[in-house]
Ligand binder design. Structure first.
Ligand SMILES: Nc1nc2c(ncn2[C@@H]2O[C@H](COP(=O)(O)OP(=O)(O)OP(=O)(O)O)[C@@H](O)[C@H]2O)c(=O)[nH]1
Ligand SMILES: [Mg+2]
Length: 476
């Protein structure tokens, strides 16, 4: 995405979704913006005011035909999204009109913008750092209120500020370490090891905290992917419909009803959930379609954030079900005992505990009592309460972090860089502990600093730019 000379071109693109709409917005950015648009919109004054809207007709410079009745917003250099002179033309939302305006601008000397080029220019002109540029994309793509909130917080710079303060601390230590190297022959100590250790510990704990938020940050950004699994007829599809609040899957009393993987999205307390219903697991089926469905069901487990293992409380856990449980990852498995409506009183966990006791699955759980309070539910697909009962528990961790207003990391690139910075910081600390010279500390900490600076885009190369901006579409 390093465009070199092309950075000085005046670029244009439709910034609203493609297709028919009430209005569409065409964005133009670059040094020739006003002079080019003025050739089509002769109603514009020679010196328009920044952030003001002008109304008039656009006339084709070549044919003299009227193109459309439009509103033109003007943003002067230094006061726009990209930092350059920007005009946004709001025209009627027809692809034909948009294309005619773009063609006219291109004929006059503008160039069609590359994907993400407006945001790229904002970054190059210092309007946004790289973390903020990425949050523009997250905000555009956000599919839930919480994801949008998170992206907006990042766009406003909460994560960037935190990273900058870490960067300051690192720079301080590096400066002192380097000064110590210079004076080392004279036996002068520029800074005591204790002071360095305190700062390193602070950096380490801040990085640790940030890295630790990635799981939740990612869930907020992309939503929870939950797979419903279990033997045939236990009520997986009924529960899917309950969670989605929609009759999405077919429910019958015939075992083996669901044969393919069924997806559906829903939102709970502003968080996006994708539920995946799968074919009931059973060995004896001779039905080829069902077999493939069962295979897909196992594959879906791997990619999910949570697995809901559903069983029928009336019949209890069978040997076959215990076998299936053994194949699941206890970290992300929840057990849903379904069909409690068939009982007069709520069944306790005693029977389940006894049955689970012998299983490999159970042995892999570190905190068994927490498992029963947090991850076992007795529900009925006929009772709507089950939805909030289970989903509240799933978002408990998210809600906690949200309440504390923690800065969250939700982007894989940030996570990788911060994890690297954390490793280097931890190693720096142990070097100081071992009484190694400042040159070793400087070498190690420099790596950590680079990782932070790459995150913020204070250092970048083609590869980093490509990775960030390839996700964008044209007009952003
Ligand atoms: N009483 C009662 N019946 C239920 C409940 N949940 C599901 N059922 C019934 O159980 C039968 C099977 O339900 P499904 O939702 O199709 O079960 P499934 O697990 O998707 O079954 P397969 O797709 O065959 O694997 C249907 O007759 C449902 O009406 C429940 O909570 N209580
Ligand atoms: Mg089903």
């Amino acid at each position: 995405m390093i465009l070199g000379d092309r950075d000085k071109d005046t670029i244009c693109a439709v910034s609203t979704p493609h297709g028919v709409g009430g209005i569409s917005v065409i964005r133009v950015s670059g040094p020739l913006t006003l002079s080019l648009v003025s050739k089509l919109g002769t109603f514009l004054p020679t010196h328009p005011e920044s952030h003001k809207i002008y109304y008039g007709n656009l006339i084709s410079a070549e044919s003299g035909d009227e193109i459309d009745e439009v509103l033109v917003s003007y943003f002067k250099t230094g006061r726009s999204f990209t930092g350059e002179e920007v005009i946004e033309i709001s025209c009627h939302g027809s692809p034909v009109i948009c294309q005619t305006i773009l063609n006219n601008l291109i004929q006059l000397g503008a160039r069609a913008a590359e994907p993400g080029e407006f945001t790229y220019r904002a970054f190059m002109n210092g309007k946004l750092d790289l973390v903020q540029a990425e949050s523009v994309l997250s905000l555009i793509e956000s599919q839930s209120q919480q994801a949008a909130k998170l992206a907006l917080r990042q766009l406003k710079g909460t994560l960037s500020q935190k990273l900058e303060s870490i960067e300051d601390d690192m720079t301080w230590i590096l400066a002192h370490a380097e000064a110590s190297i210079d004076f080392s022959t004279e036996g002068i100590k520029v800074v005591e090891d204790d002071v360095v250790q305190v700062r390193l510990s602070r950096i380490e704990s801040q990085l640790n905290e940030l890295v630790g938020t990635f799981k939740v940050g990612k869930l907020l950004k992309d939503g929870f992917h939950v797979v419903l699994t279990g033997l045939p007829n236990v009520g997986k599809s009924s529960l899917l419909n309950l969670f989605l609040e929609d009759e999405r899957a077919i429910v019958t009393e015939i075992p083996g009803t669901t044969r393919d993987v069924i997806h559906g999205d829903t939102s709970y307390k502003g968080v996006k959930f994708t539920f995946i219903d799968t074919a009931g697991l059973r060995d004896e089926t001779t039905d080829l379609v069902e077999r493939i469905g069962i295979q897909k069901s196992y594959e879906a487990h791997q990619e999910s954030d949570a697995v809901f293992f559903v069983y029928d409380v009336e019949s209890g856990l069978s040997a076959e079900e215990l076998q299936v449980l053994d194949t699941l990852d206890p970290q992300k498995t929840y057990i849903l005992g379904n069909k409690v409506d068939k009982f007069k009183s709520m069944p306790g966990t005693d029977l389940l505990q006894t049955q689970l006791m012998q299983s490999k699955f159970f042995q892999k759980i570190p905190d068994k009592s927490a498992f029963f309070t947090r991850k076992v539910f007795f529900v009925s697909a006929l009772d709507k309460k089950a939805r909030s009962l289970v989903l509240d528990e799933l978002i408990a961790e998210v809600s906690d972090l949200q309440r504390q207003n923690t800065v969250l990391v939700s982007n894989a690139r940030h996570f990788e860089n911060l994890s690297k910075a954390l490793e280097n910081t931890t190693r720096s600390k142990s070097l100081v502990d071992q009484g190694m010279g400042s040159e070793f500390l400087a070498l190690e900490l420099k790596e950590a600093l680079i990782a932070i600076q790459e995150t913020l885009g204070k250092r970048f190369d083609d590869q980093i730019m490509d990775r960030v901006f390839k996700e964008f579409c044209i007009g952003k």
